[in-house]
Design a protein around this ligand. Structure first.
Ligand code: HEM
Length: 210
């Protein structure tokens, strides 16, 4: 019996360490890539040439989208910290409102700029669907919290953040499209889907595990 509980404790500790290790990577990537994206606020010279036309045509939309996308990436990971949630519920609630505002308004801005994507209609459809799911899942998660359905709130926020993390995965895949600018649009059309569909699949898997 003592052996079982020792083994169980070991497994729990490994689970916790494994989760914290993954959470640490997600936190660092979200923070670094989110803050790095703010370079666009310095002006058009910061946009890679293939993205420049959309950036110039939807300048205000881009500014709102990038600022609020960064706010969602900076606030989101902390919401999954048990220590923060139980130690300072006020902070969890305040960051939660910032997160929800950032995802919904940032998502509307994403929807507006999607039509001008250099990746053409395939990319525009991928980004638009991402934006609609991002807004929808975030609002459903908010409603679950307000109506005190906390298990559903947690599951839906995992899905919401899996989509927020598209802001990271897109930037990790973007160099693939920049290798050869002649095929930028074709590769970017794939990236507009690849940046979020696998994230959502992993989010669903984590949310189902509990
Ligand atoms: C999850 C929902 C998101 C949607 C629907 C979305 C949508 C879009 C769209 C349509 C573009 C324009 C691409 C083009 O011109 O071809 C774009 C670009 C951009 N987005 Fe998002 N985005 C999302 C999340 C984020 C997040 C969380 C960030 C965080 C910083 C972010 C930062 C940027 C930046 C910096 C660009 C400029 C282009 C680049 O560097 O790749 N986005 N996004």
């Amino acid at each position: 019996m003592a052996t079982t509980s020792t083994a169980q404790r070991g497994a729990n500790a490994a689970d916790a360490a494994g989760f914290n290790w993954r959470w640490g990577i997600i936190l660092i990537l979200s923070t670094v890539i989110g803050l790095g994206s703010l370079r666009y606020l310095a002006g058009q010279d910061m946009a890679p040439p293939p993205l420049l036309p959309n950036f110039l045509n939807h300048h205000t939309g881009f500014m709102i989208h990038i600022s609020l996308g960064t706010a969602a990436l900076l606030s989101g990971p902390w919401q999954f910290s048990d220590r923060l949630r139980s130690g300072s519920p006020r902070t969890h609630r305040m960051l939660g409102w910032i997160y929800v505002f950032s995802c919904t308004v940032g998502g509307v801005a994403g929807l507006l700029i999607a039509s001008g994507s250099n990746g053409g209609p395939i990319a525009a459809t991928g980004f638009s669907l991402l934006a609609l799911l991002w807004i929808g899942l975030t609002l459903l998660a908010l409603r679950a919290a307000i109506t005190k359905r906390f298990a559903a709130h947690r599951r839906l926020m995992i899905l919401s953040f899996a989509l927020t993390f598209a802001g990271v995965t897109l930037r990790l895949y973007l160099p693939l499209a920049l290798i050869d600018l002649k095929s930028f649009s074709q590769v970017y059309a794939w990236i507009a889907w690849a940046c979020w569909v696998p994230n959502l699949a992993v989010g669903l898997w984590i949310a189902r595990k509990g």
